[in-house]
Design a protein around this ligand. Structure first.
Ligand code: NAD
Ligand code: UGA
Length: 462
């Protein structure tokens, strides 16, 4: 078989960009991305895509309705496909066994059931979602138990490593592509089919075949390692604060050791995003279930340190502003969990805003990409108090109006535009003393101090 028709179940941050890039690289393959959410599919078919990713619009607009389709007709797309990606969400469970830690596999299972009951020909089923180790076994079980006569399935693991904000670049120029497969002739044949698709644009040596369980664990481990670096450097910010060391200098020094390397050492108010915390908690839960208590405790600490960092930053804002922010106005710069995305899932900005709202602060929030509806729903969810959010939160269209008449600016996201603002003008429009709390350490603090600001950052908040 040569794959001519691909279906992707789940038109989210992974399914959408991944399949758009595949369609763009392989004009002879028909790629259909399906979702049960009609609103999301309508957005993928409109001029305003549901997610913001640099370079994505161009690709979607050039391939859409040629060999790239977005549809709610899940069944037809499954029937026509040779290969099916399962790219649905796997959030942390919110109730039942493993609540707050285990991955909720219900959407993956539902997808497997739909595939099994719909497929009228054999398929390669590719687990693209991030899942617990051995999830492929459960998927296979569901598929085999429900398959029709003459239909067979081969399950591959092909985790995704893209980061939001750089998704297209990461997909086009991937460091590596993992394909986990069964050590059987059909497993190896399915591996070759998927490898041949990626080989159209990824060098062969970067496409790594391995055992299915290794591939599943490698994904969780990669995220755990990345998050661990951030928690490690963030733990040092607290130490810098009391010793007078500068965390940027420390990161620069240790990153110059080639064995350590310079990436993922930027101290911050804490990491966010839909995956780091979820995947580490998933890893911790798996270890606990396997009675590996010490291993579980080790990784749990990465999440705990992140909570500590977010709390420490907000506490210091309140302490610095004479132990009270009640009735004061604070300009919040950035609400997304990182720059170049409108995604707010697990954004540290949400925690900072919640704490400040608890203290009765008025918040003027500006973010260049986050939708108003999303921002309000995030704050309503965490405060459980819509009336308070309505009374205290103002969404601003630009950073200047957000800062006007405010007592402080709080940088929560590292958007490049925050580095280029006219801080002299902003200073004149603010109440005095005018504070800046730089939760990303992205501004020129000497320059801001010369203007007259009281400047505090992650490692110098005292
Ligand atoms: P998402 O929530 O943006 O998208 C998932 C989509 O799947 C939703 O639109 C939902 O409606 C749809 N869906 C759920 N059940 C369905 C079903 N039965 N049939 C059809 N559609 C269904 O999630 P995401 O951010 O794209 O993440 C997907 C997976 O990829 C997760 O496991 C995540 O951990 C992993 N991942 C995410 C990223 C990232 O940057 N967001 C990166 C790497 C891996
Ligand atoms: C992360 C990984 O980088 C991807 O490889 C992975 O595929 C993805 O998770 C996933 O599985 O979902 P993402 O969460 O999109 O990607 O973004 P990152 O660039 O990793 O940033 C995560 C968080 O860490 C952000 O809040 C960011 O601001 C923060 N961060 C990052 C730091 O605080 N310091 C750093 O040095 C780097």
């Amino acid at each position: 078989m040569t794959v001519k028709n691909i279906c992707c179940i789940g038109a989210g941050y992974v399914g959408g960009p991944t399949c758009s890039v595949i369609a763009n690289q392989c004009h002879d393959i028909r790629v259909t991305v399906v979702d049960i959410n009609p609103e999301r599919i309508a957005q993928w078919n409109s001029d305003l895509l549901p997610i913001y990713e640099p370079g994505l619009d161009e690709i979607v607009f050039s391939r859409r309705n040629k060999n790239l389709f977005f549809s709610t007709d899940v069944e037809t797309a499954i029937k026509e496909a040779d290969l099916i990606f399962i790219s649905v969400n796997t959030p942390t469970k919110t109730c039942g066994e493993g609540k707050g830690r285990a991955a909720d596999m219900r959407y993956v299972e539902e997808s497997a059931r739909t595939i099994a009951t719909t497929a009228t020909s054999s398929k390669i089923v590719v687990e693209k979602s991030t899942v617990p180790v051995k999830a492929a076994e459960s998927i296979s079980k569901v598929l085999v138990a429900n398959q029709k006569d003459g239909v067979s399935f081969e399950v591959l693991s092909n985790p995704e490593f893209l980061a939001e904000g750089t998704a297209v670049e990461n997909l086009v120029n991937a460091d590596r592509v993992l394909i986990g497969h069964n050590e059987t002739p059909t497993g190896r044949a399915a591996f070759r089919e998927l490898r041949d698709i990626y080989m159209r644009w990824i060098p062969k040596e970067r496409i790594i075949g391995m055992k299915t369980w290794s591939s599943e664990l490698s994904k969780l481990a990669s995220n755990a390692f990345l998050a661990q670096r951030i928690s490690s450097i963030n733990s040092l910010t607290a130490l810098c604060e009391v010793t007078g060391a500068d965390v940027s200098e420390v990161a620069y020094a240790i990153g110059h050791d080639r064995r350590i390397g310079p990436n993922f050492l930027e101290a911050s108010v804490g990491f966010g995003g839909s995956c780091f915390q979820k995947d580490i908690l998933n890893l911790v839960y798996m270890c606990e279930r396997l009675s590996l208590r010490e291993v579980a405790a080790y990784w749990q600490q990465v999440v705990d340190m992140n909570e500590y960092q977010k709390e420490r930053f907000t506490k210091k804002i309140i302490e610095t502003m004479f132990h009270s922010v009640s009735d004061k106005s604070l300009a919040i710069y950035g609400f997304s969990f990182k720059k170049n995305t409108g995604d707010t899932r697990e954004s540290p900005s949400i925690c900072v805003c919640k704490r400040l709202l608890d203290e009765g602060a008025n918040l003027n929030i500006y973010d260049p990409k986050v939708m108003d509806k999303q921002l309000i729903s995030d704050l309503n969810r965490v405060t459980c108090n819509q009336e308070k959010v309505k009374r205290l939160v103002k969404i601003c269209r630009d950073p200047y109006s957000a800062a006007k008449n405010s007592h402080a600016i709080v940088i929560c996201t590292e958007w490049d535009e925050f580095k280029k603002l006219k801080y002299e003008d902003i200073f004149k429009s603010m109440k005095k003393p005018a504070y800046i709390f730089d939760g990303r350490k992205i501004l020129d603090h000497d320059y801001l101090s010369r203007i007259g600001y009281e400047v505090y950052t992650i490692d110098t908040i005292r």
